[in-house]
Design a binder for this molecule. Structure first.
Ligand code: Z5A
Length: 228
């Protein structure tokens, strides 16, 4: 009998952390570096990633679900995630394409659960439903002082010629963002096999190199490959 051709497993990597820590920038850089080694990968984000999930994203970030309460919002994030997993993440992984997501389920646990007060059991149940068994292989948590990260976001608004008005999460009190930072660190501590915390208060290039070092030591197919 002929053996099935050897296919390298596709990896599912998520980036998490507070606002302005550099997630989107590093997701883009990682995609670029993977392509250098002919690794096919898709870049996606949460909330969003599919047309239905993007519609839910717009609804939430415009503040339209806020009056419904944080519990209902956790359900909305999970509904968006379920569509994202079944329509984009699972099919890509099944055909051997890596998936790199800018935020994923840890954001619901950190924002709506640990910071917003939604019960752990509900967060667990929503996660089981939405992930459908697709737990990330690796989660990179970018960690830095939220005051510094906010200055980055403000700079971006100025550079884009926008007033620094922010979306509804960006407009939360700084104390909220300090708690959020601690909550991501607690999630990492509770999931040491999946999560790696990297200090984000360094240059884009230094951060890119630190992330590449984690990826190459974690996945044997990239072992010893230098940063392109
Ligand atoms: N949310 C939730 O509550 N529950 C959930 O389940 C999920 C999400 C999934 C989504 O917002 C919001 O939804 C989010 C949580 C909530 N809260 N907020 N706001 P989003 O996706 O629009 O925003 P974000 O995830 O917070 O991303 P961000 O603000 O765009 O930040 P970032 O992606 O981490 O950073 P960046 O865009 O790469 O960089 C920010 C700026 O800093 C930019 O000008 C860069 O050029 C600059 N930058 C980047 N890296 C560096 C370094 N190393 N040095 C200096 N400057 C840098």
């Amino acid at each position: 009998m002929l053996e099935a051709p050897h296919r390298r497993p596709a990896r599912f990597i998520t980036f998490e952390g507070g606002e302005g820590v550099g997630k989107s920038t590093q997701v883009r850089r990682l995609l670029n570096n993977l392509s250098h080694y002919d690794i096919e990968a898709v870049r996606t984000r949460e909330p969003g990633g599919t047309p239905k999930a993007e519609a839910i994203r717009a609804f939430i970030l415009q503040g339209r679900s806020e009056p419904w309460g944080v519990g209902a919002e956790a359900v909305l994030f999970a509904a968006a995630r379920h569509d994202h997993v079944t329509q984009l993440i699972a099919p890509n992984l099944a055909q051997g394409t890596w998936v790199i997501s800018d935020r994923f389920a840890d954001s619901t646990r950190a924002y709506q659960g640990l910071t917003g007060g939604v019960d752990d059991k509900l967060i667990d149940a929503l996660e089981t439903l939405a992930l459908d068994g697709h737990t990330p292989d690796l989660t990179i948590i970018l960690d830095m002082d939220p005051d510094v990260a906010f200055r980055r976001v403000e700079m971006r608004s100025i550079e884009d010629g926008l007033q620094a008005t922010g979306d509804r999460f960006e407009n939360e009190e700084i104390e909220f963002h300090r708690r959020l930072r601690q909550n991501f660190l607690d999630i990492a501590r509770a999931n040491p096999d999946r999560c790696v915390v990297i200090t984000a208060d360094q240059s884009e290039e230094e951060l890119e190199a630190a992330i590449w070092s984690v990826i190459t030591s974690r996945f044997p197919e990239l072992n010893g490959r230098p940063l392109p």
